[in-house]
Design a protein around this ligand. Structure first.
Ligand SMILES: Nc1ncnc2c1ncn2[C@@H]1O[C@H](COP(=O)(O)OP(=O)(O)OP(=O)(O)O)[C@@H](O)[C@H]1O
Ligand SMILES: [Mg+2]
Length: 263
């Protein structure tokens, strides 16, 4: 299962990605969590120790490797380079593993599409598209905020996109834009997740205002989320209510995707 986690800035994409990654890992699944944000923070949210974080180097910065595999220097636009470079060893070699979650950082690279076609984007796209996953392996992509990346068919290889929203019209507005752009690239399986929900009224608001994306769960607003950040420990370990909610969201995704297979 390959999932991209999207949404407006600050809605809780990284928090949700980290919670789900740890929950899936604790269920015994192989998890590859990818930080696609140019200013990465997923490692922190997952509680990766400093010595492991120091080992992490964003793929986009591995100039020698990209050149070796694609035949062109990163940053080159035009010219010839391999569009399907060898990538099978990348997760093993360039990710770090902690508590069952494998983490990879993309760095600042545009995944391409009709906009930029450069060696590094070809490499990453090949990695995520053709990486052989067993059916029950999990890829979670913590996307950068906003919608621009969607217009360029960057994540058309995912099985589903989770759109995180707060109970605000603004974040729902972004969700609507995301839905349109996702549908334009043929991605139809979108699920809405409400975050920072304080009460029933806010939950109802999301249910009634969803831009035609099925709402599959909520994460409650909890002051302990910021506390976890200050203490430098994962939300998963510190905030029971969010851990429980993340597990329910996973159950719901499992149920929905299983239904579709049966159909
Ligand atoms: N359920 C919650 N309750 C309280 N605070 C939360 C909750 N979820 C996230 N936050 C806080 O909201 C802020 C943004 O969360 P997070 O970094 O996960 O969002 P993001 O969508 O990844 O942001 P960005 O767009 O910058 O990548 C953080 O300070 C986080 O601690
Ligand atoms: Mg983030």
């Amino acid at each position: 299962m390959k999932l991209a986690i999207t949404g407006k800035g600050g809605v809780g994409k990284t928090t949700l990605t980290a919670l789900m990654a740890q929950a899936y890992a604790d269920m015994g699944r192989q998890v590859l969590a990818v930080d696609a944000d140019p200013s990465p923070c997923l490692a922190g949210a997952l509680g990766f120790p400093d010595e492991l974080r120091e080992e992490l180097k964003p793929i986009a910065e591995m100039d020698a490797l990209i050149e070796e595999r694609t035949g062109a220097k990163p940053g080159t636009v035009g010219g010839f380079f391999t569009l399907n470079p060898r990538v099978d060893d990348i997760p093993e070699r360039f990710s770090v593993l902690h508590r069952g979650v494998r983490l990879l950082e993309m760095g600042s690279v545009d995944l391409g599409g009709s906009g930029c076609i450069c060696p590094e984007s070809a490499m990453l796209k090949t990695l995520f598209t053709h990486l052989l996953f067993r059916d029950d392996d999990i890829l979670l992509l913590d996307m950068y905020a906003g919608v621009e990346h969607l217009g360029r068919a960057t994540v058309d290889f995912v099985d589903a996109m989770l759109v995180v929203v707060e109970p605000t019209r603004r974040s729902l507005g972004t969700a609507k834009q995301i839905r349109k752009l996702a549908n334009d690239i043929g991605l139809l399986r979108l699920y809405l997740v409400g975050n920072k929900v304080r009460n029933e009224d806010e939950a109802r608001f999301l249910e009634n205002t969803t831009p035609d994306i099925p709402l599959i769960g909520y994460l409650p607003a909890d002051m302990k989320v910021q506390e976890a950040d200050r203490l430098g420990i994962p939300v998963y370990d510190h905030v029971e209510s969010l851990k429980t909610s993340a597990r329910q969201i996973i159950d719901e995704i499992t149920r929905l995707t299983a239904d579709e297979v049966i159909e």
